[in-house]
Write a protein that binds this ligand. Structure first.
Ligand code: ADP
Ligand code: MG
Length: 691
């Protein structure tokens, strides 16, 4: 049975459909826009819109929406129907070019971080023709960018597209130096998405999961992941059915979901698509997260995308596999077969190494959130320190280049990068260091710090722009060189020497790494409030300004929104804990100890001593008293939160989070003292080891 080709992309207004449904000249014009990133001719918009509508209606769609990615939240949509009333009382289905190209959602309910006063709340969305329109829930969704009327960017897609343009421009300059004229260079991404599946019934009984996405209480289950039997283990039939259904739904949307397997933790799984251009990969990942939640629901599951749903159990990340390639399909991070292509490869590699070293802070910021803080630096995810792994073979090449004597030395000629004698670079693409946050895996880099719930746009904006900047500097220098080979060798050698510090092939989870990293001068921005204030450091403002990706105000607004989101997340978590303690945990403890006390009294009344039972009553009673005290401490801590995003974020991290952890520790001890039928929520063991 092979229904995949038929299914694949059946809900997407893709190139094949365009070709079939659009007049030749219109298709040609649209195609040019898509391939070369040029502006869309408004004259053809009406024709495209009409064809799109007819196609969508034939697939059962009744509505359309501009689908966009605001600065927080997953995606936003505002549905309008195609229906247009006629004077005779009937209706026709209409969709104009104007509606396709531009939408005007009320922007005031989306966070703008002070970018936009409410009186000028209007913003507009503009179609991004490089990402195909698709049908979801009987609605034609048009991927769009979102801006304010004064031009500030209010979403994640616009800066991503700008960063792709920036790297395109600079990479083309560099390639020209190697005698290559290419039309376009794009960055490609394949994001591996981790998630948990748990039973709907268990989820419904846990206010913490419902309100915050993670468990705020819970003693570890008797069995954890120590047997390592879940990873690549056989997939439970119910989960298998979910995965099959998920694949179908993703394929319909043109998302190439390829591998699905279990992950390290019990009930944890992964979905990896085949890579595509960064823009489309981002749209698809946003869609995939949404589809996962919907399909899970149909199978009696809830899909958890939080970075750390269960304490003491592996968290979920999203590995951002990233590379750069030309429109002719040449992967610029693929070591070549000839010395000259290797020289080009080494130059791009050097650009990435330098970019990661100089913009460590931005990469860390791109993955900063309250949820991901529980993951980074714990003994399961890369630490909060950004470093790179390039493998032994490439490491040896870099070492030789760095330590190599000067160009003239004939004995060392074998490491001359100049187009003459560079040896083939053997690259082992087995990925042997799983502890590195940023690993070279043969022909791409895998950035492992992003959290499972993140929009990958931010990470890729940082990466694209930082690498664009290094390529710009390289091109500036090399375009001036009298002897290209010589200048190239000198540049690569110099830059690798200056930025070798960021390369670390050892164990990123090791206890001695943070000290070693500090010696190397690498940043260790542990928590979100440590990282975010670096966003608007002068060098970063310069970077984004120079490449036209963000203005300083746009950066300030993003910093503000993220800090605010951090403080709000912790606030909600603290309030949820207080609610659960007051209304559920403390009453359960009292009920249980009262019941046992009753037993002690009954036994005593017939002359039987019950010291063990009395001991339980004693323990539960005194621990409950400690819990109530800690609950009050937490309440006091929350009440003391200051105004303002930055002070509040700092305060929640330093004062509220520790109070939450203390209260949780005691509640988790109580869970082990109180009878199961008295405990108000399903335990970790029940949730994670369902059948
Ligand atoms: P892992 O061993 O890390 O689980 P997988 O092979 O399952 O790796 O996934 C690797 C991901 O990297 C896939 O999504 C794949 O499409 C993606 N990938 C492969 N080549 C490139 C490339 N040139 N650019 C971006 N992503 C790529
Ligand atoms: Mg991976």
């Amino acid at each position: 049975m092979n229904r995949v080709p038929e299914l694949f992309g059946s809900m997407v207004f893709n190139e094949a459909v365009m070709k079939e449904r659009l007049p030749k000249d219109v298709f040609k014009a649209l195609h040019k826009t898509m391939k070369e990133g040029t502006a869309l001719d408004p004259a053809i918009a009406n024709v495209v819109a009409a064809a799109m509508k007819d196609w969508a209606v034939s697939k059962g769609a009744t509505h359309f929406t501009h689908w966009f990615q605001p600065m927080t939240g997953i995606t936003a949509e505002k549905h309008d129907s195609f229906i247009s009333p006629c004077p005779d009382g009937s209706v026709i289905m209409e969709f104009s070019g104007k509606e396709l190209i531009k939408g005007e959602p009320d922007a005031s309910s989306f966070p703008s971080g002070g970018l936009r006063a409410t009186f000028e709340a209007r913003g507009y969305t503009a179609w991004d023709p490089t990402s195909f329109a698709f049908i979801k829930d009987k609605t034609l969704c048009i991927p769009t960018a979102f801006c304010s009327y004064t031009g500030e960017v209010l979403d994640k897609k616009t800066p991503l597209l700008r960063s792709m343009d920036a790297i395109n421009k600079q990479a083309c300059r560099v390639l020209r130096l190697f005698g290559k004229e290419v039309k376009r260079v794009t960055t490609t991404v394949g994001p591996e998405q981790e998630y948990f599946l748990i039973n709907k019934e268990d989820y419904a009984k846990r206010p913490d999961l419902i309100l915050t996405g993670r468990t705020l209480f819970g003693h570890p289950a008797p069995k954890g992941q120590e047997m390592e039997d879940h990873y690549f283990g056989s997939i439970r039939p119910r989960v298998k059915a979910f995965m099959e259904d998920l694949d179908d739904e993703l394929w319909k949307l043109g998302i190439c979901s390829k591998t699905e397997h279990n992950e390290v933790a019990p009930s944890q799984h992964e979905m990896a698509p085949i890579f595509s251009t960064t823009n489309i990969a981002t749209d698809h990942n946003q869609l995939a997260m949404e589809v996962m939640k919907k399909v899970a629901d149909r199978h009696g599951f809830v899909c958890l995308l939080h970075e750390k749903p269960f304490e003491g159990v592996n968290g979920s990340g999203k590995h951002n596999n990233w590379s750069i390639s030309t429109d002719e399909g040449e992967n610029l991070l693929e070591p070549g077969k000839t010395p000259s292509s290797n020289a080009q490869f080494l130059l791009f590699l050097t650009a990435v190494i330098k970019a990661v070293d100089e913009y460590q802070d931005l990469l860390r910021i791109s993955v900063a959130s309250a949820g991901n803080d529980h993951r980074l630096g714990a003994n399961e995810a890369p630490p909060a320190i950004v470093s790179m792994y390039i493998g032994d073979e490439l490491g040896a090449v870099v070492d030789a280049l760095v330590s190599g004597e000067d160009y003239k030395d004939p004995a060392k000629n074998s490491m001359d990068i100049g187009v003459s004698v560079l040896p083939p670079i053997p690259v082992d693409n087995s990925d042997r260091n799983r502890t590195s946050p940023f690993a070279f895996t043969g022909n791409k880099f895998e950035f492992r710090m992003p959290g499972s719930s993140f929009n990958i746009a931010c990470t890729n904006i940082m990466l694209n722009t930082a690498v664009a900047e290094e390529l710009r500097l390289f091109a500036d220098e090399l375009e001036q060189a009298a002897d290209f080979d010589k200048a190239l060798t000198a540049l690569i050698r110099r830059e690798l020497k200056d930025h070798q510090n960021i390369i670390f092939n050892g164990n990123g989870y090791g206890a001695d790494w943070p000290a070693e990293a500090e010696k190397r001068g690498l940043l260790n921005l542990r928590a979100t409030p440590d990282a975010l204030p670096h966003y608007t450091d002068e060098k970063n403002v310069q970077l984004f300004g120079c490449h036209g990706v963000y203005t300083k105000q746009e950066m300030q607004s993003r910093e503000e929104i993220s800090l605010d989101e951090y403080a709000k997340t912790l606030h909600i978590e603290a309030m949820t804990m207080l609610d659960m303690m007051k209304k559920q945990i403390v009453p359960a403890c009292i009920a249980y100890s009262s019941a046992v006390a009753q037993t002690v009294a009954t036994k005593k009344s017939i002359g039987i001593d019950a010291p063990a039972e009395a001991d339980i009553v004693q323990k539960v009673t005194s621990k409950t008293a400690s819990l109530i005290a800690l609950q009050q401490d937490l309440e006091t801590a929350v009440a003391g939160a200051p105004e303002g995003a930055q002070p509040a974020a700092r305060y929640y991290c330093d004062a509220v989070l520790p109070a939450m952890e203390k209260a949780r520790a005691v509640a988790d001890e109580l869970e082990m003292l109180v009878g199961k039928e008295y405990w108000p929520f399903p335990a970790y063991g029940d949730i994670l080891f369902y059948t």
